[in-house]
Design a protein around this ligand. Sequence first.
Ligand code: BMA
Length: 313
Amino acid sequence: MTIQKPIVKRYKKNPILTKEDVPYPVATVHNAGIVKHDGRYIMLFRSHRLNGRSIIGRADSDDGFSFTVHPEPFLTPAKDNIFAEYEEFGIEDLRICPVEDDYLLTYSAYSRHGVRIALARTGDFKKVERIALITQADLRNVVIFPAKFGGRYVRLDRPHSEISPWSIWISYSPDLVHWGDSRVIMKPVPYHWDEMKIGPGAPPFKTDKGWLHIYHGVFKTMAGAVYRLGAALHDLDDPAKINGVSDQWILQPEAPWEVSGYVPNVVFTCGAVPEDDGTVKIYWGGADTVMCAGTAVIDDLVQLCLIDSRPPL
Ligand code: BMA
């Protein structure tokens, strides 16, 4: 089988969304979660406000490339109860996880206490209900699998550590609020493109060979960190088991708005939409400044994981 080159084909009219498209004052548009809901693409993107703290906006599209931003932000830091204390410094990098006819929204909640993950739920993208703060500090990048396993919800997460390079862990929950049985399942590889740290990216989606997870990996250079995207294939019945991780990255910063911007040399994903024609639309923030899109053939990503594999641990 021949794999399409490049593996991820950039949309010709990237970037697909910039701060100029947003009708309220923001400095950036990036790291968006995205799903197809009732035949339309809904994007929940992060923006830095002009005070440096982040909020989440909403943009809609019929074709997955051309988006219109709603006049008001979708989600801003909570004003009351426990969420207000932990979202004080802003909310970032939201993922939309389709689970049981609903959408679970996971996002980083920043405060003077560090960064932790909050979980909210929506069915229609109009009413949003905050459910719980589901990690302590410091944890980021939580994605929840679309299916339950042994009656439990399953998530990938990424604790911070001074001892080991930041790695991808798995945790389980009976009720979305209490999480445990955590263990590490995938680590960076020394002197490899993802050697500095890795983290969950887009919520995993089902293929006939396994759950495909597009993650980010970071390499430290003399000029700063380079963020790239990679692919891992989790076992269909047991997502803690990784059946293959692509040895090569699938996307690296190359376009002018990926190599330069607020944080140079960053492609960072929070969402991908698998399509019925066997392709997947992948969305990423370029240099923490703009939103970009591209497409890949799902089978190509699966083959890379299975044939050109590096060990997960
Ligand atoms: C990570 C997160 C992301 C960001 C990336 C590159 O640590 O903060 O939100 O896109 O760094 O700056």
